[in-house]
Design a protein around this ligand. Structure first.
Ligand code: ARG
Length: 430
């Protein structure tokens, strides 16, 4: 009976080991996307901090960090007048036109989260109502240094003229819109959402930045380098079939109603030069269309994040797309879907029980650590937008996640604020 006991004990041990094994498998599902594998000695390795502990209760830093400035700007919606406020100086000041440089208009529009400047002009002070005691800001005669320290406060403008500025329109939904049927979306709710297709095949989402510019994820449009040996091209003499052309569909909600002639052909695809196919660092690409989109109630641009603004953990943001509504599904959704996904602190998201240090400074997390709500395959490249009280701003681009909607594996997005200089550089150059 002693032998039988030993046998039983052994059997029990074996069973326990097997159970632990399957449990571990259950805990570590494969990523839908490529597993980030930081290369040895790569620059991002030096940037990464030590992975914070899982139960980390430290205070979270802002998810999106602005560049604090001693001077802030706004444009009056009523009359397009440029207004500025200085730290430690009460009230909003108007800006004298003296010493104004045209390049300042572009710079300020970009700082405020617009893609470009559309108009700037000098307005005579006689043509506007100015309250008594109104003060002014003027560019110093010999301007040097940054936007911050080139100003002086004045009680009047010598030229008698002030600056009016118009930037490219963005971030507004068409009129009063409602969400129908839970998470289906009505036309005009996310008018910047586009479908980036290869032939008639939906590949990814994207966002309209301007009539000719779409922002998406680099992994959507990145093709392996020629010569990498794609499996169907090993035969001698066979040439790689030309990939079907890229088409962008805007202003639609139902994917089934796609007419190929409604797709806009692509002139150029510019992926971020630092995009890394294995870590998905810098996962961003710009698509230049062959013809501008006709803006309407259903097609509009989204705003970019303004340079100086912080965004904190818990900020309610929305993701939208035609991606899978259940992990492992074979088809994309017929109707555009949306989901509310609050921003998650990067320290927490990079902790040992979430993404274990895989996030780089170009990534941010949004969603729910309990799971259930998330972006999924087919949503990539699409928008993560947050309402700032005035407009919708593109804070993230759907990039990756381990599975979809799994507990402790929220969606990871490209951090748009981090890549603003590149976006402005490319769109201004082309
Ligand atoms: N990479 C996916 C795509 O190409 C999107 C993944 C997003 N995953 C997530 N769990 N949020 O469509």
């Amino acid at each position: 009976s002693a032998r039988r006991l030993l046998l039983l004990l052994g059997l029990a041990g074996l069973l326990a080991a097997m159970a632990a094994g399957t449990w571990q498998l259950g805990q570590c599902p494969m990523k839908h996307l490529k597993e980030p594998q930081p290369e040895q000695g790569s620059p991002q390795e030096q940037e990464l901090e030590v992975t914070p502990a899982c139960d980390n209760e430290e205070e979270e830093e802002p998810v999106v960090r602005g560049a604090p400035s001693t001077v802030s700007f706004r444009i009056s919606t009523a009359n397009s007048l440029l207004e500025a406020r200085l730290e430690a100086h009460p009230g909003w000041l108007l800006v004298c036109h003296g010493h104004w440089e045209p390049s300042l208009g572009t710079l300020l529009c970009q700082q405020l989260g617009y893609l470009s400047m559309t108009q700037q002009k000098a307005v005579s002070l006689r043509d506007v109502q100015v309250s008594a005691g109104q003060q002014f800001l003027q560019v110093r005669a010999r301007q040097e240094g940054s936007l911050e320290d080139m100003w002086q406060v004045r009680s009047s403008c010598q030229s008698g003229r002030i600056v009016a500025l118009q930037c490219s329109e963005c971030g507004l939904q068409a009129g009063a819109v409602r969400v129908v049927g839970g998470t289906d979306v009505s036309p005009g709710r996310w008018p910047w959402q586009v479908s980036v297709c290869q032939g008639s095949q939906h590949r990814c989402g994207g966002s309209v930045l301007a009539p000719e510019w779409i922002l998406t994820a680099a992994h959507c449009v990145h093709s392996p380098q020629p010569g990498a040996g794609s499996p169907q091209c090993r035969c001698r003499g066979c040439r790689q079939l030309p990939a079907p052309a890229w088409l962008v569909f805007a202003g639609m909600v139902t994917h089934g109603s796609l007419r190929p002639e409604a797709g806009v052909p692509v002139r150029a695809i510019i992926a971020h030069p630092l995009y890394n196919d294995s870590s998905l660092d810098y996962d961003m690409a710009l698509i230049r269309l062959q013809a501008p989109l006709n803006f309407s109630r259903a097609i509009r641009a989204v705003c970019l994040p303004p340079a100086p603004r912080d965004l904190l953990q818990g900020t309610p943001c929305w993701v939208s797309g035609w991606g899978h509504t259940a992990p492992g599904q074979a088809q994309v959704a017929g109707t555009l879907k949306e989901a509310l996904v609050p921003l998650i602190g990067t320290r927490r998201c990079n902790s040992s029980c979430v993404y274990k240090g895989e996030l780089t400074a170009r990534m941010l997390c949004a969603g729910h650590l309990r799971g259930h709500v998330d972006a999924c395959q087919g949503d990539s490249g699409g928008p993560l937008v947050c309402w700032d009280g005035d407009t919708w701003r593109l804070v993230g681009v759907v990039s990756w996640g381990q599975g979809c909607a799994e507990p402790n594996h929220p969606g990871v997005y490209t951090n748009v604020a981090q890549l603003l200089p590149w976006i402005h550089q490319v769109t201004q150059m082309h």
